[in-house]
Design a binder for this molecule. Structure first.
Ligand SMILES: Nc1ncnc2c1ncn2[C@@H]1O[C@H](COP(=O)(O)OP(=O)(O)OP(=O)(O)O)[C@@H](O)[C@H]1O
Ligand SMILES: [Mg+2]
Length: 335
């Protein structure tokens, strides 16, 4: 359905001299695909380029280099009016913080009607019906239609934001950390709503989070971003179960699942800067396996089953033999 092909995004840095502004390498050579009805989870730590990727996927950010293809049509070679019209309605977006994403002066009814009005969908009566349908879809009671966002709870506001993203019957929803601003107690409800909507509406989804366990729970496929690069990608069971990139392994061990007894890998070494990314593998400055070979070039992809791929010259073993002890790893402590 949507495909990124060799996408780079470079921002002008706020640092650097007046004459020679540095470039922030927010995304470097990213190629990804989301199929119809599929959930792609994107995971990585703060500043790795997740929101930039969300903006590229929703057509809000034009890549510095590379292509965005929607049903094999090049988004940025499509005339602007058609791009807004077709792509704008086919891709919905849900942001992190529902309290800033919703206009505080509009009622929920007005918020949900707005995209229908802008895209001139149906008659007046049909739009009214659609608004009620949307409210029902996200499990909010009818009386919320008259409320202003300020009168709703965080979880309810995020449901309104999801309903708005669904208004134009999109094929794809891009959700950028949709639960991280919410209370822990309502996070699961919002996650389950998204899973349920995918099942009922056959939506494709890109779910972005810094928490690999959440992504693992939700996604069909996982892409792991590190300093603007996809370092590993593949089926959720493969990436979450037998990660091959050391960074993925470290992420998994930092947030142990309740079901597995994992050892905790503590990353040492400085987090590199996106203005001056390291040569070769971007993770090598913090990787316990790094050697000279890692500094030479960004590793070519290696491939496993089901389209699992990773970029590492010293990958983790395919399946750790039962009872094996970790060797060659840094300070590890059992949690
Ligand atoms: N408009 C901009 N101008 C300059 N630099 C930017 C701009 N937007 C993002 N960046 C930089 O690009 C990099 C990626 O930012 P991005 O917001 O995509 O990261 P993120 O993974 O979403 O982080 P977080 O988890 O904190 O939300 C960062 O180094 C950030 O400082
Ligand atoms: Mg972000």
């Amino acid at each position: 359905m949507i495909r990124l092909d060799g996408v780079h995004v470079r921002h002008k840095a706020r640092s650097g001299g007046l004459l020679r502004r540095d470039a922030v390498h927010a995304l470097t050579d990213v190629s990804l695909e989301v199929g119809r009805g599929e959930i792609l989870g994107v995971v990585g730590e703060s500043g790795c380029g997740k929101s930039t990727l969300a903006r590229v996927l929703t057509g809000l950010q034009k890549p510095t280099e590379g292509d965005v293809l929607f049903h094999d049509r090049d988004l940025w070679r499509t005339p602007a009016a058609e791009r807004r019209d077709r792509f704008g309605s086919a891709v919905g977006v849900v942001f992190q913080d529902p309290s800033t994403a919703l206009n505080p002066r509009l009622t929920v009814r007005q918020i949900l009607r707005d995209p229908l009005d802008v895209h001139r969908r149906g008659t007046r009566a049909e739009r009214e019906n659609r608004v009620e349908e949307l409210l029902d879809l996200v499990g909010l009671p009818g009386h919320t239609l008259a409320a202003l966002p300020g009168r709703l709870s965080g979880g309810q506001r995020q449901r309104v934001a999801i309903a708005r993203a669904l208004a134009l019957e999109p094929e794809l929803i891009v959700a950028d950390e949709p639960t991280s601003a919410l209370d822990v107690s309502v996070r699961a409800q919002v996650l389950n709503l998204l899973v349920d909507l995918r099942r009922r509406l056959g939506l494709g989804m890109v779910f972005i989070s810094h928490d690999i366990q959440t992504v693992r729970y939700l996604a069909d496929r996982i892409a792991v971003l590190y300093l603007g690069r996809v370092v590993e990608e593949g089926p959720a069971e493969a990436v979450g179960g037998t990660p091959r990139h050391p960074y993925t392994e470290a992420l998994l061990s930092a947030t142990p699942s309740l079901l597995e007894d994992t050892e905790r890998i503590v990353l040492t070494g400085p987090v590199p800067s996106a203005t001056h990314p390291p040569t070769g593998c971007p993770f090598r400055t913090r990787c316990w396996k790094a050697d000279d070979e890692c500094a030479a070039a960004f590793p070519a992809p290696a491939a496993g089953a089901g389209g699992h791929r990773w970029h590492c010259v010293h990958p983790q073993p395919a399946a750790p033999p039962a009872g094996a002890t970790a060797s060659g790893t840094p300070a590890r402590s059992t949690t």
